[in-house]
Design a protein around this ligand. Structure first.
Ligand code: ZN
Ligand code: ZN
Length: 418
């Protein structure tokens, strides 16, 4: 679908004096942004605990002379930046960055290593927040400048992406009310820094949290026949699920189920009463999701019968897929080309089985999430959520260029409809 833009925002936009001045500003603030990202990286905070992260970000935004809307938020905040000298009715364009950390330990050796035990920025949200700060700085600089385009941009510093609650929290507090579009980016360590991936349609998976509680009867480890062992039931159950669920759907369509936590007992010679298991099930379409869940239920019931345990299966939070608006594709693509050059903007061949709560905003307004290459052979491509995760510093320069351009291009577009 085409997205008409005024002539002055054609591909030549990159070469205009105006865009050069934006790039100059981004280059001038880059080293400060890299240093600030290291500050955030040292103090990672988990979902809805981002008190210090919020404070530091707010302080930086206020230094730009912008008024922060923070009182109604426990963590995170929202800030508007406008260039609207004639008080026109402009499209409201949102830029969103998540700010929370991952529940893992930081095993890198560097001077900006996590100082908070059990938390680290393993998903690059420190980078996203820094990029949004940089975009705000670039936009604030254009305020009341001759020849600057008009814009009304809202920056959303969102808490709690990792537990998939933050986007809904911000939406409930009216953050995107009246907005016309929303953009975000996510670092992608599978791609080299300087490469940007842009794709309309679904780019992540439908995700469901899975909780399984197995009730047995405790007893002596030497005499399992006097007890009902929930750990041996768990062992069978996990293996059976890993076989049955993928084999219950068309393998060309793909499903993944992974358990990330198994918790039972606290002694080497006691059979415990219960075992709880946490996991996630992910796929790309609603029919396969249903088939996968039915197979999961059947497997749970079968193993409960076979092991004489009681097994409860609870499906937790459901996350829709990030579904990029075709109407915003042209803007995101142009922003990419103008930032890193045509050869470095690539499509996303297949949607990932990851999840992103940015999807919730897209259920209300057109939204677009761009993947931003963040790694290099020197860095070694450590995956998201790993204890060695890091990014190339230049990812920030690319991200600021992208977000600023998405905001300006979308601000000139009055025809966006959901
Ligand atoms: Zn993550
Ligand atoms: Zn993330």
């Amino acid at each position: 679908m085409d997205c008409p833009l005024p002539a002055q925002y054609s591909m030549n936009f990159l070469n205009s004096q105006f865009t050069k001045s934006i790039d100059q500003h981004i280059n001038a603030i880059h080293s400060d942004l890299v240093a600030f990202r290291k500050c955030l990286h040292r103090i990672p905070e988990l979902a809805f605990e981002e008190i210090e992260t919020t404070r530091q970000l707010r302080e930086q935004v206020e230094l730009l002379g912008l008024n922060v809307d923070h009182e109604k938020f426990d963590t995170g905040f929202v800030v508007d930046v406008e260039n609207n000298p004639e008080g026109k009715s402009l499209p409201l364009v949102c830029l969103r960055a998540d700010i929370d950390a991952v529940n893992n330990s930081d095993e890198k050796e560097c001077d900006y290593k996590s100082q908070n035990r059990g938390a680290m920025h393993g998903c690059g949200h420190d980078v996203h927040a820094t990029i949004l700060l940089g975009a705000l700085s670039a936009l604030a600089k254009q305020k009341n400048q001759p020849n600057s385009p008009e814009f009304h941009v809202r920056a959303i510093f969102q808490p709690a992406e990792e537990n998939a609650c933050g986007a809904r929290y911000m939406m409930k507090l009216g953050t995107i009310d009246g907005a016309d579009s929303i953009f975000a980016l996510h670092v992608d360590p599978r791609l080299d820094c300087g490469v940007v991936a842009v794709q309309s349609g679904p780019i992540t998976a439908l995700c469901d949290e899975v909780e399984i509680v197995i009730e047995g009867q405790s007893g002596h480890a030497a005499r399992p026949y006097e007890s009902i062992d929930p750990i041996q039931a768990a062992a069978q159950l996990i293996n059976a699920i890993y076989v049955n669920v993928p084999r219950s759907i068309d393998p060309r369509k793909g499903i993944v189920i992974t358990f990330g936590s198994v918790d039972a007992g606290n002694s080497h010679n006691v059979i415990p009463n219960r075992c709880s298991i946490l996991g996630t099930i992910r796929c790309h379409d609603a029919v396969q999701r249903q088939l996968g869940i039915e197979s999961l239920r059947r497997t749970v019931d079968g193993i409960a019968k076979a092991t004489n345990t009681k097994i409860e299966l609870n499906l937790g939070k459901h996350l829709p897929a990030v579904n990029n608006s075709p109407q915003l594709y042209e803007i995101a693509h142009r922003a990419g080309v103008q930032t890193v050059g045509e050869n470095n903007v690539i499509p996303i061949e297949l949607p990932s089985l990851g999840g992103e709560d940015f999807a919730f905003y897209q259920t209300k307004i057109p939204g677009f999430l761009i993947r931003v290459g963040s790694s290099s052979p020197e860095l070694g491509y450590p995956p998201l959520h790993s204890s060695r995760f890091d990014v190339e510093p230049d990812t920030i320069r690319v991200g600021v260029g992208l977000m600023t351009r998405c905001a300006l291009l979308a601000s000139q577009n009055r025809g966006i409809q959901s």
